[in-house]
Design a protein around this ligand. Structure first.
Ligand code: SF4
Length: 214
């Protein structure tokens, strides 16, 4: 005889919690929609609220809603209940004599990518970001090409690489005239156009012969 236990009815069982939405990966229109749909901002105020939050995230680089001092306290508390703007974990940081900096960043369990800042590239310096974990291509000169594709990075995970670099370079607020980071290149792990393709092709609509999401 088999017995099935209904754990959902056990007193004290931890209720499943909804994952927090990372606001760093949203465009401004997406943020307006997210604030409205979550009930954090009324329809008429969502645009203004999104502009404030967007600026705090991408201009000031804050990592905690409590730092958004022009947003009402109750709204900040509500934002923290539904959303996140936390940074991912930095596993390793290396700095070379020539000023090159490299970060190994853990986005989620088993999802680790590298971002590299190279000085004196472009107007001031370039950040090389990853778009995928692993890669489907096998370029002969590339170590990543020997690794299987795990998954595409989300927009928030790609933006997080820029945020980590700007934290480390002390580049907030982002309009500093003498900033060290002036260019961003998608030359880390992965082929960025395949990342775009997968979101456009879920379910697959374009049967590109080379694409993993077919
Ligand atoms: S990460 Fe870039 S260079 Fe390396 S295998 Fe993929 S596409 Fe080629």
């Amino acid at each position: 005889m088999s017995v099935t236990l209904d754990l959902s009815r056990v007193s004290g069982a931890v209720p499943a919690t909804k994952p927090l939405i990372n606001l760093s990966g949203l465009t401004r229109p997406q943020m307006i929609a997210a604030l409205t749909e979550s009930g954090v901002a009324e329809h008429g105020k969502a645009k203004m609220r999104a502009t404030q939050v967007f600026r705090w995230i991408h201009h000031r680089g804050v990592t905690d809603f409590s730092m958004m001092t022009d947003v009402a306290k109750e709204t900040r508390a509500r934002l923290a209940e539904v959303f996140t703007i936390a940074r991912p974990e930095i596993i390793e940081r290396q700095v070379s004599k020539d000023g090159t900096r490299k970060w190994l960043i853990r986005m989620a369990p088993g999802i680790e990518v590298e971002a590299v800042y190279i000085p004196s590239v472009g107007r001031a310096g370039a950040l090389c970001v990853s778009s995928q974990v692993g890669c489907t291509l096998n370029c002969s000169f590339c170590h990543t090409g020997t690794q299987a594709l795990v998954r595409n990075l989300t927009a928030a995970e790609i933006v997080a690489q820029v945020q980590v670099a700007k934290d480390d370079l002390a580049e907030w607020p982002s309009d500093k005239d003498d900033r060290l980071l002036s260019n961003i290149v998608f030359m880390g792990m992965g082929e960025p156009l395949y990342n775009m393709g997968s979101s456009a092709c879920t379910p697959p609509t374009i049967p590109c012969a080379t694409c993993w999401c077919r």
